[in-house]
Ligand binder design. Sequence first.
Ligand code: ATP
Ligand code: MG
Length: 550
Amino acid sequence: MSNYKNFIEQIIEDDLNKGYKRDELCFRFPPEPNGYLHIGHVKAITLNFELGKKYNAPVNLRFDDTNPVKENTHFVEEIKNNIKWLGYEWSKICYASDYFEQLYKWAHYLILNDKAYIDSQASEEIASQKGTPTSPGTNSPFRNRPKEESIRIFTEMREGKHIEGSHVLRAKIKMDSQNMLMRDPVMYRILFKDHHRTGSKWCIYPMYDWAHGESDYIEQISHSLCTLEFKPHRDLYEWFLHQLPKENKNLPKQREFARLNMSYTIMSKRKLSLLIENKIVSSWDDPRMPTISGMRKRGYPSKSLINFVKKAGIAKRENIIDFSLLEFYVREELNKICPRVMVVTDAIKLVIINYPDGKYESLEAINNPEDESQGKREIIFSKHLYIEREDFRETANRKFFRLTIGKEVRLKNAYIIKAENCIKNEKGEVIEVHCTYDPKSKSGSNSEESKRKVKGTIHWVDINSSIDVKINEFDRLFLNEKPEESHDLLNSINSVSKKLIVGKSEQFISSFKKGAKVQFQRKGYYIVDNNQNGSMSFNKTVGLRDGWKK
Ligand code: ATP
Ligand code: MG
């Protein structure tokens, strides 16, 4: 492990030097189960779980489930699956909703200490008294209501005796604070809505700011790490902690780091759900989504996501990271693990006129030059093959290293061929190329002929034994480099971000199961989306940068 310490690690080291005990360190990842996790969350997950590893400290997975309107158990389960898939293990699963009773008791305590009161104004009125960043707010007429009255109403609220919107519990802080969040923020509201865990037990729910820090305290989180937009919340986080009954326990420390932003990508869950509602994508796990589940379905290995967010680093200032950096890490990982196969997507026929009719030959190919343990496979060779349309030109300039009439190329894993002529349809399009092959030039045969230098190598598939495949190809969802800043998000959508194409593959492919990752040589990396009843479909993960350039 390197000695470099990011600023969060430096804060922790400072605390340890000042007397904080190592075994008091504890971290958490605190998602709200109101959507799927995205690549930004991977940064927060990696930060917390790697700190846990580094300091041998527990890391809790805590669901901040304080808003029953948007939360459900499906999101809880998917979040758990995502974290496991990334390879991290939490120490405990916790739920803010498990602390509702404790939070309620503490709220009572605050009222009794004149630190909270029931406001019986409508939410619009409360909002209109908030003031602005440059002008102070106005005290509510209920601010000084007797605490006995606040206690009575608060108790009745819990018992369901008041309708939604009739009362809220507010912290009593400072209506002329510079920090607008400190202007008597709401702590509880009435909500007659079933909760995914507590069912109909509660009809008042704590606000995020009240529940979050207190949950950290209950779990004795030492360092509560969150993104920069929570910086102004830090005063409130600390104020709430200081109002709790003194228990001689550590108070957690909130510290903020820059969120991950990526070009051509949005990360707000609210905006991501807009894409689903407007049927721009099929679901949260659509392979075009920046969600962990979407990227998994797209074929991104978990390790590449982690390598990427580690490279992006932990900083105090926001920036935008180029999407291509993520693709770099995806390729790097896939190059190591993927077996190679030959697939032709825009096929034309190649006939080898000097190859015997009806003869079939089994050739040998290396599955992965990066990983010898993946072994070799057989590929069938015959007189009738498919090649890629773009790999043939009747005539071409010297920069075209593929097949042209009178010139030689190597068929990958097979022989050197020379194009002799071609057949066209009535539109003038080439439909068949006729060539001759050099029987002595077989790949790997050690003959003089097999070592002959030719300018290019192209891939091919035997027609008779070929397997049909369907391929989903994806492009970026947004045309705009910073869609998050766009005023009209739906207008910056790329209308052709998904395309279905078909291809012909060598037989080897049929053994791959759903989820298997593979390289189509000279094309890119793909993942099996389906292999059922003789029908195979793939998602394209990412293209190869340069194929076989030489
Ligand atoms: P979103 O804005 O996407 O809805 P959120 O902050 O509301 O995200 P939470 O479920 O509350 O979603 O996030 C859990 C944790 O992940 C929080 O600590 C949050 O700070 C962190 N997080 C969210 N987005 C990012 C991001 N883009 N980069 C790094 N961390 C993030
Ligand atoms: Mg949040």
